[in-house]
Design a binder for this molecule. Structure first.
Ligand code: AMP
Length: 219
């Protein structure tokens, strides 16, 4: 079984790389952000409270996230493993995740940190569009990431929208939170000898090649 964690700031390309890993290795792409955005579309008290947190760039509770992850690990077992995108977000989640993995007799193979400069993050965030139906991501600031038809998803024909949390105020709050919490997370996985870095400023293809080399033990 192959279980990979991708760590990166928002818009660094985690979703794009996770999608490619899912296809190449038949591992399930687990995006906590996508799952929470789906919950936030439901007009009940849980959905509304999740929506408010997401729109303000705040984290949902660690307990809720762990429940979601546990449910996926137990029920989604038709794959060769999992690629985690957006989880864990802090050391507490990482420790709870370790306990959960032990209880399920599973382990993490690699934690891959996609390093991206501040300027590139900004260019990507403000060009980013997602499909309102299947969640697939596009970027209108990059030739190779535009949809074939403006505003329409190539994969399912759904309409493309901007994420409600991709606005100036929320973006800077989320970036600050990322830098504040990720350093500790990097140390946590470094100490376990699981952490690898790739240069996320490169093209999507180059970043993917670098990730594959790590996973296949060529780095
Ligand atoms: P993302 O799509 O990964 O950027 O996540 C979007 C939003 O979902 C975040 O800003 C948080 O509000 C929430 N979220 C996603 N993953 C987590 C997590 N592991 N822990 C807490 N909140 C999360």
């Amino acid at each position: 079984m192959m279980n990979i964690i991708l760590l990166a700031p928002q818009s660094a390309g985690k979703g794009t790389q996770a999608y490619r890993l899912e296809k190449k290795y038949n591992i399930k792409h687990v995006s906590t952000g996508d799952m929470l955005r789906r919950c936030a579309m439901v007009d009940d008290s849980l959905g509304r409270s999740i929506k408010e947190l997401i729109d303000n760039g705040k984290f949902v509770s660690d307990d809720l996230i762990l429940d979601i992850i546990k449910d996926v690990l137990i029920n989604d077992n038709g794959h060769n493993g999992f690629v985690f995108d957006g989880f864990p977000r802090n050391v507490n989640q990482a420790k709870l995740f370790d306990e959960l993995l032990v209880s399920l007799n599973m382990q993490i193979n690699n934690v891959i940190l996609i390093d991206v400069s501040y300027d590139v993050i900004m260019k990507r965030i403000f060009g980013r569009m997602v499909c309102s139906s299947c969640g697939f991501g596009y970027n209108v600031n990059y030739d190779d990431q535009r949809p074939k038809v403006d505003g329409i998803c190539d994969k399912c024909g759904g309409s493309l929208i901007k994420r409600s949390d991709d606005n100036c105020e929320t973006v800077s709050f989320r970036l600050k939170t990322y830098y504040d919490t990720t350093e500790e997370l990097i140390d946590f996985y470094n100490n376990k000898h699981l952490l690898y870095r790739v240069d996320g400023n490169d093209s999507v293809d180059k970043v993917f090649d670098d990730i594959v080399k790590i996973i296949e033990g060529d780095e």
